[in-house]
Design a protein around this ligand. Structure first.
Ligand SMILES: Cc1cc2nc3c(=O)[nH]c(=O)nc-3n(C[C@H](O)[C@H](O)[C@H](O)COP(=O)(O)OP(=O)(O)OC[C@H]3O[C@@H](n4cnc5c(N)ncnc54)[C@H](O)[C@@H]3O)c2cc1C
Length: 318
């Protein structure tokens, strides 16, 4: 679900971004996914974290079970800790979020407040100013903060104390609160980050998640879903899991005629050098149908992949 404002009003309405909330929360998606996987003969093993992963020829054995193909969606450093492939470290930040239940609205009807002042949280999200309070019985506010390395001590108390002072709330007004901490909430886009983006094929397994090409330059649930779909397409097409020997990059903006020539000649030239190559079309917000052309090409030829920007980033974007 895209929570960003609609930054591209020229796009057709059906593909613009809208603020939304899934009734019943994400459990609804997970439950539906589990049902659908079960009906297709598969299963989700719950409460069974990855504890070991060992290389076995071209694939990997996970928690002592061998699989035809493995897709990892967990942070690369966690995968590596369990015995997975060694990769350059993707810098991550953690998130600490506190949900607070109150008996009144404390943000005067406002849904989302970003903190400009120095505060132990970056956003105050009054969920029940978006979704009716009668669904919950309490006014719910969500305080979001990020941290690097280690979660600060007593972060929930620090956040709540500040929140009470700043919003004139007495501690007795807080009915309950809950803290959620994720040490790997998302990659941090440092200078040179592009060289750390993890390709879908990685040393005999597939990887899709926050660290994938689809999540750059913007991290989102959509990006991870797209990464998952692209990896699933690689597996359905029978792409080799071993990383290619050569990656050729074609930068592109609104030049479909040249693109066709560049793709054809790159395919011919690279095929003469090795069978293990890929062509990455780094497309920068084209509006002349180039994106759709590459997407179609991708479905026919697994060696061609699209790196797409919805909005033009310019040379620095590549
Ligand atoms: C505060 C906050 C607000 C956000 N708001 C938005 C928003 O409004 N819109 C939006 O689109 N995106 C938003 N995001 C980003 C969004 O949450 C992520 O893009 C999305 O969750 C990424 O999905 P993923 O599956 O790639 O990674 P994750 O959701 O991080 O999933 C990785 C999973 O791997 C699990 N894991 C780790 N180690 C192991 C192991 N050893 N064994 C088994 N499992 C393991 C973790 O527990 C985790 O559940 C937000 C993120 C944060 C932190």
């Amino acid at each position: 679900m895209a929570l960003q404002p609609d930054r591209n009003p020229v796009r057709p309405r059906c593909v613009r971004e809208h603020l939304g909330y899934l009734n019943g929360g994400f459990h609804r998606i997970i439950d539906a996914l589990e049902k659908s996987i079960g009906e297709s003969g598969g299963m989700i093993r719950k409460r069974e974290p990855l504890t070991s992963i060992l290389r076995n020829g071209d694939t990997w054995v996970v928690n002592n079970t061998a699989f035809d193909a493995v897709i990892s969606t967990i942070p690369p450093q966690e995968l590596q800790k369990a015995g997975g492939p060694v990769m350059p470290p993707v810098p991550y930040q953690g998130a600490a979020c506190v949900t607070v239940a109150l008996d009144r609205d404390v943000s005067k009807g406002i849904y989302w407040l970003n903190m400009k002042d120095s505060a132990p949280y970056g956003a105050v999200v009054s969920h029940t100013n978006f979704i009716p309070v009668n669904r919950y019985g309490d006014h719910l506010v969500y305080l979001a903060s990020y941290f690097t390395a280690k979660v600060p001590a007593h972060i929930d108390k620090v956040m709540i104390d500040d929140f009470c002072t700043r919003f004139s709330i007495t501690p007795a007004e807080i009915r309950w609160h809950r803290l959620a901490v994720d040490p790997f909430a998302g990659p941090v886009y440092t200078t040179g980050y592009k060289s750390l983006i993890i390709p879908y094929r990685q040393q005999g397994l597939f990887m899709a998640g926050m660290f994938s090409p689809a999540n750059y330059p913007e991290r989102s649930m959509e990006g991870s879903v797209r990464a998952g779909k692209e990896v699933a397409a690689c597996i359905s097409r029978g792409d080799p899991v071993i990383s290619p020997e050569i990656t050729a990059i074609i930068p592109l903006f609104n030049d479909r005629p040249s693109l066709e020539i560049a793709l054809k000649s790159s395919l011919e030239t690279l095929s003469g050098i090795t069978s293990e190559f890929e062509i990455l079309v780094a497309e920068d917000g084209s509006t002349d149908g180039s994106t759709e052309f590459v997407r179609q090409y991708e479905t026919r030829d697994s060696r061609v992949r699209l790196l797409h920007h919805d909005e033009r980033q310019g040379r620095a974007g590549h």
